[in-house]
Design a protein. Structure first.
Length: 327
């Protein structure tokens, strides 16, 4: 607790009441500047990316992943993340290991502009063996009632792609099987990035898109956004499209990080399966009006998030991808 408290204090923001150590955390929406707020909540984990982190002994970034998986789901509702709580469970508490994980959580909260207001550290002998641990996260955000997303998506709108940092936090059961079949050690140079070790490259944390998307939304340019997680583009983009609307994407319109062609070749994974399991280079898909596309890209770039037009909204359903990915 003594080590965690300074990490949590560093993430404080307007609205937070009290600090770590009580039986619950208080948040004042009025102090945070909301007039007619709707609360939005999410919960998520990191999946089997944790197994890779545990086997590699690298615990500094999975906390960022944990926050990212929650807050990226909040912001696509038009919500500003307000506070975050974590659940850390292990068989025997290794204080240094736990501190590294929670330092990553605090860093993720800092990137998202939300406060780490509490959590639970559970020591459960018999449930977890050795250095094993598990993580879960819970985030709460708020949006003004008239600013909720998605809104007014229609045929003719443009889909912008925001790049991913790599695999992010989905598909690691398949990733681990491919690594095992390829016979590449976790401390060996990554076949797709020789300047980095394989574990380091595969543990690159999930990108947090909150601040650029809130800036875009605040400018009145954002109609919808889809966090591209498990299910890929075909499984996630339709979740924010109204009935009667589908998306047509151009496969060559975005950059595909080198990890994905390596996974496809080393694992003999078909393109359709790659698109269903992984983000394949697009961590967030954004829908804007065609006449706003250039202004939206300028606003995103100014917020440090380059974007590219990758498709359009058409009458229909689902997602159709034209062309082939460079896998």
């Amino acid at each position: 607790m003594d080590r965690i408290k300074p990490l949590a204090r560093a993430t404080s923001r307007a609205g937070v009441m009290g600090g770590i150590g009580g039986f619950g955390a208080l948040f004042d929406l009025k102090a945070a500047g909301f007039k007619d707020p709707v609360l939005v909540s999410t919960t998520d984990g990191v999946g089997t990316k944790l197994r890779l982190a545990i086997e590699a002994g690298r615990h500094d970034t999975v906390g960022i992943d944990l926050v990212a998986m929650c807050v990226n789901d909040l912001v696509v509702q038009g919500a500003q993340p307000l506070f975050f709580l974590d659940y850390f469970a292990t068989g025997r508490l290794d204080v240094t290991q736990a501190e590294r994980v929670i330092a990553g959580i605090a860093e993720g909260c800092r990137r998202a502009g939300c406060a780490l207001v509490g959590g639970e550290t559970a020591e459960m002998p018999g449930m977890y063996e050795g250095d094993d641990y598990d993580l879960a996260g819970f985030a709460v955000g708020a949006a003004e009632r008239d600013a909720l997303l998605p809104r007014d998506v229609r045929p003719g709108d443009v889909v912008l792609g925001l790049g991913s940092t790599g695999v992010h936090s989905n598909g690691y059961s398949l990733v681990r099987r491919i690594v095992e079949a390829a016979g590449v050690a976790l401390d060996a140079p990554a076949p797709f990035a020789r300047e980095r070790g394989l574990a380091e490259a595969l543990l690159t944390p999930t990108r947090i898109y909150v601040k650029p998307l809130l800036r875009l939304h605040g400018a009145g340019l954002l109609k919808a956004a889809a966090h591209i997680t498990g299910g890929g583009l075909p499984g996630n983009l339709p979740r924010v499209l109204p009935e009667g609307c589908g998306a047509v994407l151009q496969a060559g319109a975005w950059a595909v990080p080198a990890v994905f062609p390596w996974l496809a070749r080393a694992g003999n994974v078909a393109e359709d399966e790659m698109l269903r399991v992984f983000n394949c280079g697009v961590g967030m898909a954004v829908v804007v009006a065609a006449e706003d596309a250039d202004a939206a890209m300028v606003a995103l770039a100014a917020a440090g998030e380059p974007a590219a037009p990758i498709g359009r909204i058409e009458e229909g359903a689902g997602v159709r991808i034209e062309g082939r990915l460079p896998l």
